[in-house]
Write a protein that binds this ligand. Structure first.
Ligand SMILES: [Zn+2]
Length: 464
């Protein structure tokens, strides 16, 4: 009797103990702890040492490491001591499969490069298989260099979506619409039908946001541009377009329409808040006001603009006007990589160089553009872009111990001015570890590279 009472009492104590424990210690799937956590929240909070608690796909808490240790018990823990933890980088403009054209044609002006090399090469090679293999290579490079979300404009976008989802990355993927016949559509109407099917297939995906991507105002007629905008509006999806990339584009637009590209798109009712315009290099103050008025996001691609000598986008003016600015690499054929750390550094340097002002685009602003700024430009800042409770768990862990990074006084300065994609150790998207300690978990590295080299052999045999 006594023994039974004791057992009952012990069980009661154990039960109360367990209850008390679940009250104070919540079970979560993953905790990343011990590193310097750069949150990119509105106060630019930095926690050292900090920790991020993740449950499933969501960030549940971001706090000092000891506070997280007291409140959460994790199924899996990543120790990030002597490392920096930050939101995954957001590449707001690329053409993923173009990694297969990396280094194929360099040192050319945009129109020569496009018309003499890229469009002919695409006409002879782009197929679902090409796109699949190219996207896998791009995804591998992005995971290995800390990009967790990317916006894409290409052909056979459903193949890109499948490969992106399999790799575990987040994508805003736009089916390209262009006036002339291309690999996946003979006419713009065919392209639009393909885009509508693509949107229907991926509309409610956890990682993929389907989008409509009219290539540019100079490669589509008015009816096509309006149809693209209507499809995006009707389907509630983003609209992606190249805008005012070269001086020549603006000159032609003025001659043909008596309007700048931004002004022309305004006049035909193209703009809406879920639009992302890439480049915006040659923009008047009125053009910037148009973009701001419609809450259009801007993707700044400093490396591509410099390499093709397209010019320098007036980023300081955009920021002053309150436009949401993100960073992009553009396709690897004009960069020639997808490293967003380099994009940050070049964005800062280019702004300083063109304004003759060393305080233009400081490190903090460059990092903001690559994270929460990119999320805002994509109208996704409720879900991604910073480490805050309730957001998707998209984050990276970066080592800071290399000779190049020693010593470190300011982690934000280091991320922008000395860190490279190769310094990323761990990449997490939607709570899933895609790479840990440089080991990519979601793809077979050797196969991805061998497949890409096999396609490159065919490209090598093309005659221009
Ligand atoms: Zn582009």
């Amino acid at each position: 009797m006594k023994a039974a009472q004791n057992v009952a009492a012990l069980m009661a104590v154990a039960f109360i103990g367990a209850a008390a424990q679940t009250q104070t210690e919540r079970r979560v799937s993953l905790v990343v702890t011990g590193g310097t956590v750069i949150t990119e929240d509105e106060h630019h909070t930095v926690l050292a040492p900090g920790a991020v608690a993740i449950d499933g796909t969501e960030i549940v808490a971001v706090d000092r490491a000891d506070a997280i240790a007291a409140k959460y018990r994790a199924a899996e823990t990543i120790i990030a001591r002597d490392q920096v933890v930050l939101p995954g980088l957001i590449n707001t403009h690329t053409h993923a499969p173009m990694v297969l054209f990396r280094g194929l044609a360099d040192d050319l002006a945009l129109m020569d490069w496009l018309q003499k090399y890229i469009f002919p090469a695409e006409a002879q090679t782009v197929s679902p298989e090409f796109v699949r293999i190219g996207t896998r290579l791009a995804a591998l490079e992005m995971i290995e260099s800390g990009t967790t979300t990317y916006a894409d404009m290409y052909y056979f976008e459903e193949e890109i979506a499948e490969a992106t989802r399999a790799a575990g990355l987040r994508g805003i993927l736009g089916q390209t619409i262009i006036q002339f016949p291309v690999a996946d559509a003979k006419t713009p109407a065919e392209g639009l039908a393909r885009a509508a099917r693509f949107i229907a297939t991926f509309k409610n995906d956890a990682l993929i946001t389907p989008a409509v991507a009219p290539h540019a105002m100079y490669t589509n007629d008015r009816a096509t541009l309006v149809a693209c905008a209507e499809l995006a509006r009707r389907s509630g999806v983003p609209l992606l377009i190249h805008l005012a990339e070269t001086e020549d584009e603006v000159r032609q637009s003025r001659a043909r329409h008596q309007l700048t590209p931004a002004g022309y798109l305004d006049a035909i009712g193209f703009w809406s808040p879920r639009t992302l315009a890439a480049h915006g290099v040659w923009m008047t103050p009125d053009d910037i006001a148009i973009v701001k008025r419609h809450a259009v996001g801007l993707s700044h691609n400093p490396e591509s603009n410099m390499k093709l000598a397209s010019g320098a986008a007036p980023i300081v003016e955009y920021l002053k006007a309150g436009v949401s600015v993100g960073l992009g690499t553009d396709g690897a054929a004009s960069n020639n990589d997808l490293d967003m750390f380099e994009a940050m550094r070049q964005a800062s340097f280019l702004a300083k160089h063109t304004t003759h002002d060393p305080t233009a685009v400081p490190a903090r602003t460059a990092l903001e553009m690559a994270t929460i700024g990119g999320a805002r430009a994509l109208a996704m800042d409720r879900d991604i872009g910073s480490l805050e409770p309730g957001k998707r768990a998209d984050l990276i862990v970066v080592s800071t111990g290399s000779s190049r990074q020693t010593p470190m006084y300011d982690p934000v300065s280091h991320l922008v001015y000395v860190t490279r994609g190769d310094d990323v150790r761990t990449t997490i998207v939607n709570g899933r570890i895609l790479m840990q300690d440089r080991q990519v978990r979601t793809m077979n590295r050797a196969t991805v590279i061998a497949d890409a080299n096999r396609v490159a052999q065919r490209i090598r045999e093309l005659r221009f």
